[in-house]
Design a protein around this ligand. Structure first.
Ligand code: ATP
Length: 249
């Protein structure tokens, strides 16, 4: 996908760029009909956050990175919006963890799966990364889920011990947690079911969160897991930062 022609000095450039990426992905058949609505909900929360990475989001990023680095079988889950908005950074992160990236979408159709997989494989070639991209031949199911959205790869999501699932739906997040995995969610809405149910939730915009993790890994290498990490306290801090932003406006 070509990048947007808008001037990078435009105050809303980052937001315009993400909208453009979604538009281009929609044209390629990568997105579900509700993708723009999900993005709009995220944008609203980002506006309230001041479109910045907060202190509590950085703490969550550190813990997420440490847990994924320490995992024996990490996996990164990608849906249509994630592929559209941050495909390259997800590939870079998979390369860093030497783990597979698995396409796993809520509204699964062969056409959408093919559109997303071919885009990711295109970008993988451009970046020259040797990352295993799964999703084309699911051979297992996530216990507790019904229908096509339960489908997954045994060697990917099913047998993983830690999983990054940005912009995940609450049911699937709950099913993954019930399997005993460490589940890292990136979601701008600290009140969403996924945000509450995950093991670690990064309340930040997807591409900012991924960049924070990539930068931390580049500057600090292997991070230490904080055994006293308090998921609920970090979520509360995210919510407080949104509310204090309103008071300061
Ligand atoms: P849940 O089932 O967890 O309650 P939901 O139904 O509110 O979730 P979905 O439509 O499944 O939400 O997914 C959209 C979620 O992703 C929203 O919570 C939204 O805030 C978040 N979101 C959308 N775009 C981004 C983004 N670019 N970065 C981070 N979060 C985002």
């Amino acid at each position: 996908m070509d990048e947007i022609a808008a001037d990078p000095s435009h105050p809303r450039y980052a937001s315009l760029l993400m909208r453009y990426r979604l538009e281009a992905a929609a044209e390629r058949g990568m997105l579900a009909g509700s993708a723009m609505i999900a993005h709009g909900r995220g944008e609203a929360f980002d506006y309230l956050l001041g479109e910045r990475t907060t202190a509590s989001a950085t703490v969550a990023c550190r813990q997420a990175l440490a847990v994924l680095q320490a995992a024996k079988r990490p996996v990164l889950s990608v849906n249509g919006n994630v592929a559209a908005l941050a495909c390259d950074d997800m590939l870079r992160l998979a390369d860093l963890f030497k783990c597979p990236l698995e396409v796993n979408i809520f509204y699964r159709t062969p056409e959408r799966m093919e559109a997303i997989l071919s885009y990711i494989n295109e970008r993988k070639k451009v970046l020259g990364l040797d990352v295993s991209v799964l999703g084309d031949a699911p051979n297992a199911t996530i216990p507790g889920l019904k229908g096509p959205r339960a489908a997954c790869h045994r060697e990917g999501i099913l047998e993983s011990d830690a999983i990054l699932v940005p912009l995940e739906d609450g049911d699937r997040c709950q099913a993954l947690v019930a399997m005993g995995k460490d589940v890292v969610v990136i979601d701008l809405n600290p009140l969403s079911r996924s945000a509450k149910q995950a093991t670690i939730t990064i309340v930040d915009e997807l591409s900012r969160a991924l960049n924070t993790m990539l930068d931390l890994a580049a500057t600090e290498g292997r991070l230490t897991i904080d055994e006293a990490y308090d998921h609920h306290a970090i979520l509360e801090e995210g919510l407080t930062e949104i509310l204090s932003g309103l008071n300061n406006a």
